[in-house]
Design a protein around this ligand. Structure first.
Ligand SMILES: [Cu+2]
Length: 286
């Protein structure tokens, strides 16, 4: 990854995930939009941005400029609402302002033809509400193997966090809500559900680290597990569940989502961010 590409990608995610923080830093060497060089881009639409003003796109490598990554784009000459998740696009990309990227001349492409590449794309495809949640093989905080299949017949509330998260309003707040959910469910005698928090930082978050994290917060492991696994399997799950995590000076710049998976393994509810109301899930679990 080239240094400028890394910096732009991170600045973009910082702006996207921490709106209260200062915006992209001015970069004196950024060219004005009209003169900015254009790059051919191919990729897949992951989602509309939370504010609806842009698209989150997983794009292929742009040789000599940027590696394959998932990032946000503003659109020139098209509306984000004209696109849907999973759509393949081609476009020209340019840096419209420091750390801000735009797509122009956007064309949709037919689904990739049957080829070696197709399997990978399907495997990483974003899973929508009502669809079956992707299967996974991970380890819990006790070092036990955990697969989604193991909980067939139960409801699952699932999110992604990492133990070193330094942003109080992000992972720490999300974990506090999961704990509150667990306690309120116990108080109301709600059964047959599991809380699963998958680490987006699996290299650091070993089962031992996750066990300490859980114990320090008084988590009852009977139905609340913290999961980790191989870097590749976690990256794939993040893509499938539409959660973005990119390396940054804060370790990971990331989005958050909490999902409810029903007894048949289908995604029934999805709430973005860390400030969700446990009551939303308690009502569905009741
Ligand atoms: Cu975090």
């Amino acid at each position: 990854m080239t240094a400028p590409a890394l910096r732009f990608g991170l600045t973009l995610l910082l702006a996207a995930t921490l709106p209260a923080a200062s915006g992209p830093k001015a970069q004196a060497d950024a060219p004005p939009a009209a003169a900015a060089p254009r790059y051919d881009l191919r990729g897949e639409v992951i989602a509309l941005t939370p504010d609806g003003n842009g698209l989150i796109v997983h794009h292929e490598e742009i040789p000599g400029y940027m590696p394959a990554m998932t990032m946000e784009f503003l659109l020139q000459g098209a509306k984000p609402a004209d696109f849907r998740e999973g759509q393949r696009i081609r476009a020209r990309m340019y840096e419209s302002a420091p750390g801000e990227f735009k797509l122009e001349d956007i064309r949709t492409e037919a689904a990739a033809p049957a080829s070696a590449g197709k399997k990978r794309i399907e495997h990483d495809a974003f899973v929508e509400l009502g669809e079956r949640a992707p299967e996974f093989q991970l380890l819990n905080q006790l070092g036990e193997k955990v697969s989604l299949e193991r909980y067939r017949g139960q409801r699952i509330v699932l999110n992604f966090i990492f133990t070193r998260c330094p942003v109080a309003t992000m992972c720490p707040a999300a974990t506090a809500r999961m704990i509150s959910l667990q306690r309120q469910a116990a108080a109301r005698d709600i059964k047959d559900f599991q809380l699963l928090s998958i680490s987006m930082d699996p290299v650091y978050d070993t089962p031992e680290v996750l066990r300490e994290y859980a114990e320090a917060r008084g988590v009852d492991p009977v139905n609340f597990q913290f999961l980790t696994g191989s870097e590749a399997s976690v990256r794939r799950l993040l893509a499938q569940f539409g959660v973005i995590a990119e390396p940054s000076e804060n370790l990971w710049k990331h989005t958050l989502a909490t999902l409810l998976i029903d007894r048949d393994g289908r995604i029934r509810q999805r709430v973005e961010g860390a400030s969700w109301d446990p009551e939303v899930f308690l009502r569905l679990l009741q």
